[in-house]
Write a protein that binds this ligand. Sequence first.
Ligand SMILES: [Zn+2]
Length: 326
Amino acid sequence: MKKINYFDLKTEILKKIKKNGGFVNAHSHLDRAFTLTKKNFSFTGARLQEKWSLVDEIKRKSTVSQIYDRMAYAVEIMLSQGVQTIGSFIDIDEVIKDKAIKAAQKIKDRYEKQIKIKFINQVLKGVIDKEARYWFDYGAEFVDIIGGLPGKDKGKEEEHLEIILQKGKDLRKMVHVHVDQLNTSKEKETELLIKKTKQAKMEGKVVAVHAISLASHPKKYREKIYQMAKEVNLMFVSCPTAWIDSRRSEELSVTHNAVTPVDEMVPYGLVVALGTDNIADIYKPFTDADMWTELRFLLEANHFYEIDELVKIATINGLKVLGIKK
Ligand SMILES: [Zn+2]
């Protein structure tokens, strides 16, 4: 084939990412990666809230070494793409108990010299119920960053956020929270997270994961939120393929793609990082942990072509949200 001259953007961006030390996958759930089977593939049609419980069987049956193997497989895939750092949630609750913690510790020991990994506790049972709270407190000691999922404590989102933010404060750890995942203007979790961050005086220590629903609100509201986010130094992680599959609904809203509105956030000076989220499990059966695919979806869905900003999103912004770089 004859070589032709054109602006090969993928090569250009990947070169710059490499120069910055490689991709940072700022959000994943490695302990559940590659748990998809022919049998549980039928669960993939369930709603998000149902899936929070549907994964129980896998969690209950998995041994520490099975969890370790899956995490190691995912880490190897990251390494093959030149990923420098991973942020991964791990389930710590009454179903899986401390099995993912044990596997995570082994992963840390095994890959210490090759890659930085920051672990965050996923609270699939919430943090308010007594038993859920026990495992939240237990897991918080192990992890590098405190995790949250206010949607799990529906109706008590404020209390959920107060508990996790206080924990972050007490243990001097950052806090990553899954918010605004459902792509509807009925959700205002990002706003609530900002308010609670301010109350807890945790400015600069909190990261909103997803914030998809923000894109479905009118411009005036979105701009108010960007301003508020800026004031408390709230950072974001976008996992584009995780929510681009958001399902059609009859709800009317501004036209938008179901993705974190990065094109609007970056000009506001907000830090946005990139993550894969779930990989080959019942949440995301087709996700294959390819970082370029995630970046490509991010730039396409937002029509965002700022090369240097895309490189930052894929690299140093990830280090910022994981507390590695100021
Ligand atoms: Zn997640």
